[in-house]
Every structure is written in C-alpha cells, then in structure tokens.
Design a protein around this ligand. Structure first.
Ligand SMILES: Nc1ncnc2c1ncn2[C@@H]1O[C@H](COP(=O)(O)OP(=O)(O)OP(=O)(O)O)[C@@H](O)[C@H]1O
Ligand SMILES: [Mg+2]
Length: 272
C-alpha cells in the first residue's frame, strides 16, 4: 500500500511543485515506485517541471468524469521509468472535482505504488480540500519569511481539523540563504520550528540551479547539482532515517566555499 503524501502551503509560490517533482524523482531514483498527482486543477505546472507536458493524453478530470481509468491516465517519466504523473486539467475548475473523487482515485492507485505524492494548489479552498483529503501525511512548505510562516500556521490548523496529528505533518523550509542566517538577518530553523511547533523534515537552500533546471524541464535533482543531496536527505528521513536537518545546509555552504575559491582563483587569473 502506498504512502500518500500531500505537499501543501499557506502562501502560494513557496515551492510546492518544486518539492513534489524533486522529492518524487529522488524516491524513484532510490528504487521506489512513485505516482505524482497534480491537484492544481485549472493550472498546469507539474507536467512542465517534469518535462512531460507533450505526453499528456488524459488528465485528472478525464479520470473523475469516467473517460479514462487512473492507470490509463498516468504518464511515465522519460528517464525514471518507475515514476508516473497524473496531470491536472487546464480546462477544469476546482469545483468539478470533489474530495470524494480524489479519495476514490487514490484508492485505485495505492496498491500499485510505494508513494503517491499530491501537489496541492495555493489557497485553502476547495482545491486544498481535494488535495489533502486522501493523504496520510502532509508536508507543509514555507519560506523563512513571516507572511509565509503565518500562512503555514493557518494551514497547519486546518490540517489538524482534517485529522492530521503532529506526527503526520512535517515542515519543509525552502529558499533558505545560509549566509543570511549566519549574519542574523533570516529566521532560523529553530525560530520557525518554535513558531509552528512542528518537526522540520528538510531545509532547501535558495539556488539558481532550481530556476535553471525548471527552465529546462528537468527537475533539479536530475541535473547533477549539489541540491540533489538535500532531497536525498528528505527522502531518507521520510523512510525513517535519522539525519540532522543541519546536514541540508552544509551542501550550500560548501558550494559557497567553492564559489569563493573560484572567485579567488579568478581574481588571481586576472592579475596575470
Ligand atoms: N529552492 C529554490 N531556489 C530557487 N528558486 C526556487 C526554489 N524553490 C522554488 N523556486 C522557484 O520559485 C518559483 C515558485 O516555485 P513553485 O512553482 O514550486 O511554487 P508553488 O508553491 O508550487 O507555487 P503555486 O502556489 O503557484 O503552486 C518557481 O519559479 C521556482 O523555480
Ligand atoms: Mg505549484
């Protein structure tokens, strides 16, 4: 039976789709069979991030309205052959799908997969309820800024109303700039953990590699960049391994050090 995980947030644009795509790819690289569901109905995004937009024949709406079976609507990833996507429909509205539809859909897929990861839309209306209702676990993504944290707090309250307990809600802090934490200009992991009273399962550095990868339609973890190990840490924590979250930032610190060396040698080169 699959573990069903929803990736959600209070504030929009904090990195849900990025986390869904890259966590899915990482788990698939580790040998797990993964289905990603884009529940951001009305917009399409996850297919583009995964580079699969041209392969979509059926969408979530086709499944819900009985034109396709869930298995038929899944698109297989080009490189990671044990990862599949169920794409969102652009022509549908969120009201055309109900939480009950989503539960039925997941019920049909859960026997065939190790992980089902649902990418939730921004906001806390119907789309949020659709995405959350079939899940056993929620990853709440926030950036280290007060408005995002305050919205995350609101979503955590809603998740608790849905029956999620503290153990089944984990935080992911995205777009962290380690230099700013060091200089005291950014909220730290502990600040955020204390504010939201939940465990942090991953800290993802802010990295232009994410944007470069997105523009190529290749999830960043498949692009051979240091950030891949951050997502490996998150995947291994999901599988129960105890890896301190501070490990996640070491990657970007060492990257910063490499950049520093490059600049140093670059400057020397200029003098010659
Ligand atoms: N760690 C990161 N470093 C740099 N850029 C990032 C990072 N994470 C996400 N981004 C960028 O931020 C933007 C928003 O990310 P994404 O689409 O994943 O957010 P979202 O929460 O799914 O948004 P929405 O609420 O609209 O669905 C994208 O352009 C993405 O490339
Ligand atoms: Mg998104």
């Amino acid at each position: 039976m699959a573990r069903v995980i929803v990736v959600t947030s209070g504030k929009g644009g904090v990195g849900k789709t990025t986390v869904t795509a890259n966590l899915g790819c990482t788990l698939a690289k580790m040998g797990e069979k993964v289905a990603l569901i884009d529940a951001d109905i009305g917009l399409k995004n996850l297919d583009v991030v995964l580079g699969l937009e041209n392969r979509i024949v059926y969408t979530l709406l086709d499944v819900v309205q009985g034109r396709a079976k869930p298995q038929e609507a899944l698109v297989r990833h080009k490189v990671l052959r044990n990862m599949y996507l169920l794409a969102a429909s652009q022509i549908a509205t969120k009201e055309m799908v109900s939480p009950e539809d989503m539960k039925n859909l997941v019920k049909e897929l859960e026997r065939d997969f190790d992980y089902i990861i649902i990418d939730s839309p921004a906001g806390i209306e119907r789309g949020f309820r659709n995405a959350v209702s079939p899940a056993h676990m929620a990853l709440v993504v926030t950036t280290p800024e007060l408005p995002a944290i305050s919205d995350a707090d609101r979503v955590i309250g809603l998740l608790e109303n849905f029956g999620f307990d503290d153990e089944s809600i984990k935080l992911i802090i995205n777009r962290v700039k380690p230099k700013m934490i060091k200089s005291g200009d950014m909220l730290t992991k502990d600040d955020i953990k204390n504010a939201l009273a939940l465990d942090v399962i991953g800290i993802i550095p802010d990295s232009e590699d994410v944007i470069i990868a997105t523009n190529k339609g290749v999830p960043v973890v498949l692009d051979g960049v240091p950030l891949a190990s951050t997502f490996e840490n998150i995947a291994r924590r999901l599988q129960g391994e105890m890896i301190p979250v501070e490990e996640d930032l070491k990657i970007s610190e060492s990257r910063g050090f490499l950049d520093f060396l490059r600049r140093l040698f670059g400057r020397r080169g200029d003098k010659r």
